[in-house]
Design a protein around this ligand. Sequence first.
Ligand code: TYD
Ligand code: MG
Length: 451
Amino acid sequence: MKATVTYVCSNCGAKASQMLGRCPVCGEWGTMVEEVIQTGAPAKGVRQRSGSVVQKLQDVSVTEDQRLDMHCSELNRVLGGGLVPGSLVLLGGEPGIGKSTLALQVLMQLQSAVTLYASGEESVKQIKLRSERINGNPENLYIVAETSLEKILEHAKSLKPEVVVVDSIQTIGTEAIEATIGSLSQVRECAARILQFAKETNTPFIIVGHITKEGSLAGPKVLEHIVDTVLQFEGDQHYMYRVLRAQKNRFGSTSEIGIFEMQQDGLREVTNPSELLLSSNRDGLSGISIAVAVEGVRPLLIEVQALTSSAAYGTPQRSSTGFDSRRLNMLLAVLEKRIGFKLLTKDVFLNIAGGLKVNDPAIDLAVLVAVLSSSMDIALPTDCCMTGEVGLAGEIRPVNRIDQRIGEARKLGFSRILIPAGQKYQPAKGIQVIEVARVTDAVRLLFKQSN
Ligand code: TYD
Ligand code: MG
């Protein structure tokens, strides 16, 4: 056997014959890692499945596989209605965000089912300590501290669990190849073997993978096409909210999110996010506006906070947490061009309260209004929330699920909501729906000053 060395980008999987500082394909810096390939070894991934048969598509019966209820409505929702037998789920996220807690807690909640939690990171004592923080006393949860993939699969074979968690993919290795544990080839090979085992035995696996902020740690990115489902666990470590997002799902929609709260005794499902995300004493504070966003299919009321101040140094700062900073810059340009508001010499800070990251462009209007409110130091009326995407011409563009948004605003006691003009909606009792066509209309309405 001969070993050759190639260099692989841990971000996109591109190969190069020499070490490069920057990946020529995806353009990321410092992501190339060395990979040793054993030539002469049987080609990986080309394993013959015995007895495959060709059949007509119309002859394949379509009885939906029975999904496994995870006893956690937020997780079930993100998975698309439960865990599909034989599927491979990658649970990714930054270190310390709560992946191990989530995985262990979910297994603990599966009371009657036999489950296996294999950890390459913690000893059984440490797992026990963690489980003691989380309430529950599962009878059929088996744990093992193991870094050898072969051993883990052996245990799974004899135990026949209904779900297996492998925590984490970067800390286990297979004896089949020589690469070090955590290297790209180990991670990829282990995942491929787990996949094969999962499909053959119809056992679902949840594999945990660490991703750093830069996405540079070997692994998860190159695994995305191997696994069936990629779940991303995100949030700010300093806040208690965690969002579980499906980035890829062969068995469901990717627009769903699950919201959790990290507490002393583990993660708690958040079923009424809007109530928690709004602070109760906003009266008289400038720079705060309330947006109605939709994440997945769920409407959420979100508090947008902005602060503008005179720039102390030459170049003004633009900083944003939980909102795309390029989009913030675009909105500031609209503000300047369409409303004539000069922010050139001002620092602008934007924050989505609660540490959430919001992707819905319908919060544009609230962002813009919050910046204006802080800049003029005029508080917004507290009974009014808003939804609408802002276009470059200063027009307010339609948003999806308008009735749900209005309904959520009404439920949380708002008496007025601004929505994009011309959008069809069902009038609801108890809330006044105000259509606005341009940002100038919204500003005039909210600030009642001559602009
Ligand atoms: P952990 O699940 O170890 O994160 P990961 O596996 O993603 O690296 O949990 C991280 C944090 O969660 C840790 O700082 C402690 C905190 N935590 C709680 O607040 N409450 C709990 O009940 C548990 C188990 C952990
Ligand atoms: Mg962990």
